[in-house]
Design a protein around this ligand. Structure first.
Ligand code: 1DF
Ligand code: MN
Length: 352
């Protein structure tokens, strides 16, 4: 660390946790019949006895909030984790179980934040497949629990957020001025076939294709004309979406002209700049960071680790050594997160 980076406030924005009740329910999902592409990863984490590539240590780290995690944060100069219930959240449970477990996870999240208000903030979960109850929980999470936004793990029952059944959720997020973080899960059933080999199901490739497809569906669907103030966050340096900006805009115009896509007020890339922010979770490339800042503006890029799936030290080293100005590093490390997720600025809080 240099003198510049030693005292900088670091807020990591895609940091995963779980609670025993959700973890037990996910173990149950591992034993259900079906061919969901989320199962290989779930089995490695939650059904360790049945998998020769098991990673049970991940579960220990996910369930821990106040011991190893705080030590890891202290050791690496990480001030705050913006916590979220790890993927796939509650979205693989039946609607009743999903509502119940989302409420429980949000309550636990609010409790740990109350105990450590300078170390943790949190994104609330809800059950997208029960939109009416989801809206109630969203309102409770922001107004009563004072959480900082929402986490949705991509598709729900193979539907994406451009599906009108989810509009009440988007309307609520916009009205609450609360950002929805769209985190990956494995590609939906219709997208899954080519991802079943070579370990492509999850973070290597499938996660990015799933979320970039989700984001593009939202961008070209017209929903940002309906919900112009809706804020969406995606990780992994924007899942590659802005690399395609020129071609997406050009080809979307053609699709509009032949009547295949709805007419939009703005080009897809303009909605991406206006309505999305991205994080650096698990994508520690200075080249990709530089491109992202140039394409989207530094205000739209937030730092993340993706703990415990990625290690803190290299994520900190990546951002400490990024070739950006001191002012931009402050934005990337905490200023943008404070703004987007309504996290109190350290200066407003006083020294501690
Ligand atoms: C992995 C990666 C797992 C990410 C995650 O949650 C996750 C992984 C289950 O590498 O197994 O959130 N990620 O965001 O890249
Ligand atoms: Mn993640």
């Amino acid at each position: 660390m240099t003198a510049e980076t030693k005292t900088i406030r670091r807020i990591a924005t895609e940091e995963a946790f779980s609670i025993p009740e959700v973890s037990a329910a996910l173990r149950g999902v591992c034993h259900e019949p079906g061919n969901s592409l989320d199962l290989p990863l779930l089995r490695r984490i939650y059904d360790a006895a049945g998998d020769k590539h098991a990673q049970p240590e991940l579960l220990t780290l996910l369930l821990d909030l106040e011991e190893t995690r705080l030590q890891d944060m202290d050791a690496n100069g990480v001030d705050m984790h913006l916590l979220s219930l790890t993927a796939p959240g509650v979205q693989m449970f039946d609607a009743d179980t999903a509502c119940e477990l989302a409420t429980l996870a949000n309550d636990r999240l609010a409790e740990v934040i109350r105990r450590h208000p300078t170390r943790f903030a949190g994104l609330a979960s809800f059950a997208p497949h029960a939109p009416k109850r989801a809206v109630k929980e969203m309102e409770r999470a922001i107004r009563t629990l004072k959480l900082n936004g929402f986490m949705v793990n991509s598709h729900t029952g193979n539907d994406y957020l451009d599906h009108p059944r989810f509009f009440p959720i988007l309307e609520a997020a916009e009205a609450l001025d609360a950002c929805i973080y769209i985190h990956p899960r494995a590609p939906s059933d219709g997208l899954a076939a080519p991802f079943r080999e070579y370990g492509l199901d999850s973070a290597q490739w499938g996660y990015g294709i799933e979320v970039s497809t989700h984001a593009v569906r939202m961008l070209v669907s017209g929903l940002f004309d309906r919900f112009p103030k809706l804020k969406i966050c995606i990780g992994h340096m924007g899942e590659g979406v802005h690399f395609w900006s020129w071609r997406l805009d050009f080809m979307n115009k053609r699709a509009q002209m032949r009547g295949a896509a709805p007419k939009l007020k703005l080009a897809p890339s303009e909605y991406f700049k206006r309505n999305f922010v991205i994080t650096t979770s698990g994508q520690e490339s200075h080249l990709a960071l530089d491109y992202s800042i140039k394409a989207l503006g530094v205000e739209n890029v937030l730092w993340a680790i993706d703990y415990p799936y990625q290690s803190s030290a290299p994520a900190v080293a990546f951002m400490d050594s990024a070739p950006v100005s001191a002012a931009d590093r402050e934005k990337l490390y905490h200023g943008n997160a404070e703004h987007v997720f309504h996290i109190q600025a350290a200066s407003a809080r006083g020294a501690d």
